[in-house]
Design a protein. Structure first.
Length: 183
């Protein structure tokens, strides 16, 4: 079971460039949407199964958020290119910068023995879910050729960016408090 759970995480990492190619080179939006939905569902199931069977691991807790970020990065890049959208590119860039910052904080916290300061929160999970909803909307809008769906997806992506910044600030404040206490 442990190998199956880890393979769900690896699936998201491997499928991301495939979806990028389907969107940017072939305009296969339907296939991209199906593969993205499978990848999104795998994000839920790997965590659910790991908790249910008590197979949570250090490598799983590290790779799961990285797999999500790899998936989101490839999709944001593909959608920015395909839709010629400065907005998607900018919002994606802000979210990517936040992710780099949080990775640096996690490294700093690990070196200071306070890794719990950047444990994944419910709001961070919500942010990821909203990112997935936005991306699903963009892909559905492309597949069905509906500008309204794409327009509405922009709002979800803005919301995801705002939550991304909020969680980034929360992690930063929590880390700085704990670093100050431990000094």
């Amino acid at each position: 079971m442990n190998y199956f759970i880890q393979s769900l995480t690896y699936l998201r990492i491997l499928i991301a460039p495939v979806i990028f190619i389907l969107i940017t080179l072939f305009d296969y939006y339907g296939w991209a949407l199906i593969l993205f939905l499978l990848a999104s569902v795998s994000d839920y199931w790997d965590g659910f199964l790991a908790r249910k069977y008590k197979l949570e691991s250090i490598i799983g807790s590290i790779l799961d958020p990285i797999a999500d970020k790899i998936l989101v990065i490839f999709l944001i890049l593909a959608l920015s290119i395909e839709l010629s959208s400065v907005l998607i590119a900018f919002l994606g860039g802000v979210m990517l910068a936040r992710d780099f910052w949080i990775s640096a904080l996690r490294d700093l916290n690990a070196r200071n023995g306070i890794s719990n300061a950047t444990n994944v929160t419910l709001m961070a999970k919500t942010k990821t879910s909203i990112q997935f909803i936005a991306i699903t909307g963009f892909l559905a809008g492309l597949y069905f050729d509906k500008a309204l769906i794409i327009f509405l997806s922009d709002f979800f992506l803005v919301l995801a960016m705002l939550l991304s910044l909020q969680t980034g600030f929360q992690y930063s404040i929590q880390s700085l408090k704990l670093i100050k206490i431990s000094d």
